[in-house]
Design a protein around this ligand. Sequence first.
Ligand SMILES: Nc1nc2c(c(=O)[nH]1)N[C@H]1C(S)=C(S)[C@@H](COP(=O)(O)OP(=O)(O)OC[C@H]3O[C@@H](n4cnc5c(=O)[nH]c(N)nc54)[C@H](O)[C@@H]3O)O[C@H]1N2
Ligand SMILES: Nc1nc2c(c(=O)[nH]1)N[C@H]1C(S)=C(S)[C@@H](COP(=O)(O)OP(=O)(O)OC[C@H]3O[C@@H](n4cnc5c(=O)[nH]c(N)nc54)[C@H](O)[C@@H]3O)O[C@H]1N2
Ligand code: SF4
Ligand SMILES: [Mo]
Length: 679
Amino acid sequence: MATIDTTTTEEKSFCRICGSSCGIIAELEGQQVLKVRADRDHPVSRGYTCPKGRALPQDHHRADRLEVPMIRENGALRETTWDHVLDDLAAKLTGIIGETGPAGVGTFIGGGGFLDAAGFFSLLSFLREIGTPSAYSDVTIDSVAKALAGELVTSITGLEPRADLERSRMVLFVGTNPVISHARTLQMHAPTAALRDMRGRGTKIWVIDPRKTETAQRADGHIAPRPGTDYAILGFLIRELLEDGADTDYIERHAQGAEKLKAAIERFSLEYASAVCGVEQQELLDLLAAVRKAGRLSVDTGNGVTMQRAGNVTQWMCLALMIVTGSLDREGGSWVNPGLINRKDKKDLPAAPEAGWNRPGPESRPELRGTGGDFPCCAIPDEIAAGNLRAMMNFGGNLEVCMPDTALTYESLQRLDVHAVFDVRHTRTTDIATHILPCKDQLERSDMTFVTDSAFPLMVAQYTPAVVEPLGQRKAYWWIVGQLGKRMGIEFFPGLDIDTATDDDLLEYMLSGSDIEFAELQSKRLILEPHEFGWAQRHVDEKIGGWRLCPWPLAEQLSELEARENAQNPQPLILIPRRQKYHENSKLLELRDEPSVIMHSQDARAANIGEGALVEVRSVNGTVRRVAKIDDTLRPGCINVPHGWSDELNVNRLTGTQDVDSLTGMVLYSGLEVSVAPV
Ligand SMILES: Nc1nc2c(c(=O)[nH]1)N[C@H]1C(S)=C(S)[C@@H](COP(=O)(O)OP(=O)(O)OC[C@H]3O[C@@H](n4cnc5c(=O)[nH]c(N)nc54)[C@H](O)[C@@H]3O)O[C@H]1N2
Ligand SMILES: Nc1nc2c(c(=O)[nH]1)N[C@H]1C(S)=C(S)[C@@H](COP(=O)(O)OP(=O)(O)OC[C@H]3O[C@@H](n4cnc5c(=O)[nH]c(N)nc54)[C@H](O)[C@@H]3O)O[C@H]1N2
Ligand code: SF4
Ligand SMILES: [Mo]
């Protein structure tokens, strides 16, 4: 801590609004956070922050912050003491478990929970010790296709390859816009500079996106297909490469199912793929030539892939493209981060079977399966209606905003006996809580990188102490869970005295048995290690005899898609997602973004809509009204209604809980058919 004058101090930390974990310096006057700026000496983010990170002071001191526990009694929420809210919550949870068994108590972890390391760990302890299968998270409204395809193709649970920013010869971004989002998988720091540096080193950057995104504008090539048809482009590339340009020697040694794959994608000729995707044949040939020339590449995807109907298949095609070019887990191609805290490369990981995604789902939706450790979010309203789910421990999820079918979800949540919300501010979700547990925000807790351990573009772990004291009566999530346990007769952290333990004690407790020492991480603040290739390859060769090029559950989905390839859209417009620059999902909405309906001038003219006009967007599920913004970076026929906005502005008034992916229960957030009209 460097003292500037008698009252102003500076404290180094790292930002946890998104997973990029940029190094920051907080300027303080006593406990007042005056400013957050980039840490130029940070070895990874090297002086980069985005406007969201720099808005941490406003977010910390926001007027609608939660500081005091609240409880709903006789229909109304009122402030109370920690003792009362914990006694009541513990008694109700115990009662529900007695009546329904543990499954009646569910958990949700959202964007406010994942990056609280001790909090995430406590959630896992809670699930394990209670023994409930009713675990939900925003993974099944985000990127579950990645987990599914990764597991089926590689047998390694959670495998998500990423570009190696220093060495990939080519990066193909599909349905991700890292310049604004910092990428779904890559957690890319300083994206604009990174892209410039990569191109400077000769890396070719290509983008497939129905919009000429901020990333596409900085790329060597861009293709704007009809939404939801990317797999046809990828299928075409693989088909041609298998004829000429694939690494056949590599495929023979490290992959299986090449013949099945070839048969599965046979239909994607140049003519057919170009017609399905609505792009010129020459564009596909140019991309093919670029892939052939690079030889190896990394394919990085985001929500534009995972939120569409063909999400699993597209994700599979991306992996297959990397495999046939000998690029997966190989220098010049893509890298698989084994994690630094929890070294997967040093573990004897089990091999998931090809049909391993057949886990029992929630009772009220027998057609759905369990995913990873979760039930799909789309089942929450049905589980509540069936009486299977009676309590929800909601850790940092703004369910009113993020869940599909807002009206149904919002009404359902109000029928829970217990909806305990762990948050830092008042929202429409806390409005319908039964118990509100005000949590320490990121500046108030010591913390480390944990969930993102194997999700960084580098092998790095970080620690930060708390920057300021907690406001009001806020407590750490782990402390709240521990205190609940005491009242329920459950030890969530065996061997730890939760009355005297500090945040640091909990972090140390978490790291016992891990691959790094807490004391070392705490003193160094950041540990960075060089990364190597080949661990995932060795594992897959040994355990299953090579990457599975054509897992049958995905091949089945690919053949089912054929019927749609030749069908006409009944509605004129296709809703697709996009991230906005100044807010992170429902966080930081008070910054500069606008809640608009974004459309191409051609579509606006056809519907008689001018810039700034109030419009209504309609889907089979509902309607939403916002002002129109004309943006010709979109492909005509596409429309954006950015998410994160609450109440009347919520795009999830248009989405539904029934038309979901048959393997994962993923909600269709991209590719929904809508119409638009002036109001
Ligand atoms: N239609 C549509 N719906 C979508 C999406 C879309 O593109 N389109 N995107 C989906 C995706 S990818 C995601 S990840 C979800 C995100 O949706 P959510 O999981 O709800 O995430 P956020 O809105 O980021 O934050 C949730 C809450 O965390 C709180 N919070 C912030 N900091 C802290 C903290 O330190 N501790 C605690 N306890 N709480 C904190 C915030 O106040 C906020 O209320 O939305 C999904 N929903
Ligand atoms: N500024 C900011 N950054 C964020 C967030 C935020 O809210 N704001 N949210 C964070 C979260 S929770 C997540 S999950 C990540 C997501 O990170 P990204 O996946 O990079 O998110 P988006 O910017 O929504 O990018 C999706 C892209 O897919 C395109 N797209 C839509 N449909 C299709 C399709 O069918 N095919 C193809 N090829 N493209 C399609 C859209 O045009 C858009 O450019 O971002 C994180 N970062
Ligand atoms: S990219 Fe922005 S929001 Fe993400 S960690 Fe860095 S400063 Fe924070
Ligand atoms: Mo997300």
